[in-house]
Design a protein around this ligand. Sequence first.
Ligand code: NAP
Length: 256
Amino acid sequence: MTRILLLGGTTEASGLARALAARGRDAVFSYAGRTKAPVGQPLPVRVGGFGGVAGLAEYLRAEAITHVIDATHPFAARISANAVAACRATGVPLCAYERPQWDPGPGDRWTRVPDIAGAVAALPAAPARIFLAIGRQNLEPFAASPRHFYLLRLVDAPEGPLPLPEAEAVIDRGPFTEPGDRALMQAHRIGLIVAKNAGGSGARAKLDAARALGLPVIVIDRPAVPPRPVALEVEQVLAWLDHGAPPPTSPTERGV
Ligand code: NAP
């Protein structure tokens, strides 16, 4: 008997949840609880943090979890590190389901930076109209560059004032399309994009739109995560669950 904990919060995790549900697998889907109305899932859902490594280890024991799948966002480094540590402590096997990072192609005008601070440091001296496409967290560091206009795209409307003096938020949820993102950038006369190197298809549209418009992009590299087995396709996750097949990139030490 297997009982799976699927750590989610991404388009990829939702796809995996559908695959598990279609196969009648016993699985629990876990959300951090960051958004007000998370996407519905075809699996039982739990919401909220576990309480660090110790809390997650306790949850694994209490729920008799036999397999953990980490399908969280590549920038959600803390929960991924916690999953590695809690699985090691409890002996529960872990597999990450990860999207390959994006790489620049012909026509892309990327500046790669290691982290949020690097992105702030890479902003131009002259006032610019910037699509700050990094979600709701990590906006405060950009307040150090108040001369720019920032276009934000958020899942939920902000409850208080934005931490940036000249900013506008559009409320929308991916997946996005290249024509849609191109129109958004043109409507706001965007001259520069700041993006996380999330990978995957749902958030790629802004990079394709930037290329089509000839716009520069500051691309933030992924944070480091401890080594763990990584599957890149749903089928690889299912083979790992069904036969213990090792994921093809096992283990990786991303960004370290
Ligand atoms: P994080 O910094 O890695 O995690 C912070 C804390 O949130 C964790 O220590 C954990 O709390 C809790 N947590 C995170 N993911 C969880 C999950 N799936 N289930 C239960 N608890 C979870 O993560 P984050 O960057 O704040 O992201 C939060 C969630 O949003 C993730 O699930 C991620 O997939 C999703 N997301 C993040 C981004 C992004 O850019 N960071 C973008 C899109 C979606 P405890 O220590 O108390 O267990």
